[in-house]
Design a protein around this ligand. Sequence first.
Ligand code: PGA
Length: 252
Amino acid sequence: MAKRKLVAGNWKMNPPTLGKAEALARAVVEATRGDAAVDVLVIPPAPFLGAVGAALHGSAVALGAQNLHPDRGGAYTGEVAGSMLHDLGVRYVLCGHSERRQLFGESPALVGAKVAAAHRDRLVPILCVGETLDERDQGVTDTVVLGQLEQGLAGLDTAVIAETVIAYEPVWAIGTGRNATPEQAQAVHRVIRDWLRRQVGDLADELRVLYGGSVKPANAAELMAEPDIDGALVGGASLEAAGFGAIVRAAG
Ligand code: PGA
C-alpha cells in the first residue's frame, strides 16, 4: 500500500480565543473535505483540544497536541500527561519542536523520553529535528539532525520506531518566510531515510518524514513532490483554512 502523505497544522499558541479555535477547526474541515488521499491533522493549544476535537467529530481531520510530559502523573504543575491527551481523542503529539528545545530548554534526553511516553500512551509522536543557521553554515547539518534522531528514538524497538513520524524543520526556515529549497530539503530527508534504513530496514520506506519551515500554498507542491518528503508540518499558514486546504490539495 502506498504511503499516505500527512499534512499537519501546528497552531502554536494561536488563536487567542476558544470561539476562534472552534471556527478555525470547522473551516479546516470544510476546506479539506474530499481530500481523502491525504491524512490531515490539526494541532491546537492544549486548552482547546477538547472543543476542537468536538468540532472535528465525524470528519477525517485528526487531532494532535503540541507537547506532553513523559510521566503518567504526579506533582508537575502545569504539565499534561499522554494518557490525558489520549482520553481527549488526541492521536498525534509533537515532540522536540525547535521552539520547545530553544525557548523552553528541552534537552535531547527529555525529547527522547517524550517520544517513548507518547508510544506508551498510544499516541503517534512527531519527532521534530533540524539545524540552526549557524550549524548549516558550519556544514554540520547532517550530524546535528542524526544526533537528534538518535537521541529522540533511543531505546525504542524497531517496530515502535516504524510507528513514529519524523519532521525535518530547519530552524532558520521556521516562521521566517524563508523555506528550504526542495533540493535542500530533499538532501536532508534522504540522509534521514538512509539513517532510518540502518535502524529498521525496509520499514524505513513506510515511515513518514515531513518537511516544516515556511510551508505555504505557493511552495507546498514542489516540496512534497520530492521523493523523500512525505508531507508537511505547517505553522503560520495553518491558521488560515483556505490556504491550509490548498496545501493539503498540493499533497494529494
Ligand atoms: P512555520 O512553522 O510554517 O510558521 O514556519 C512551522 C513549524 O514551526 O512547525
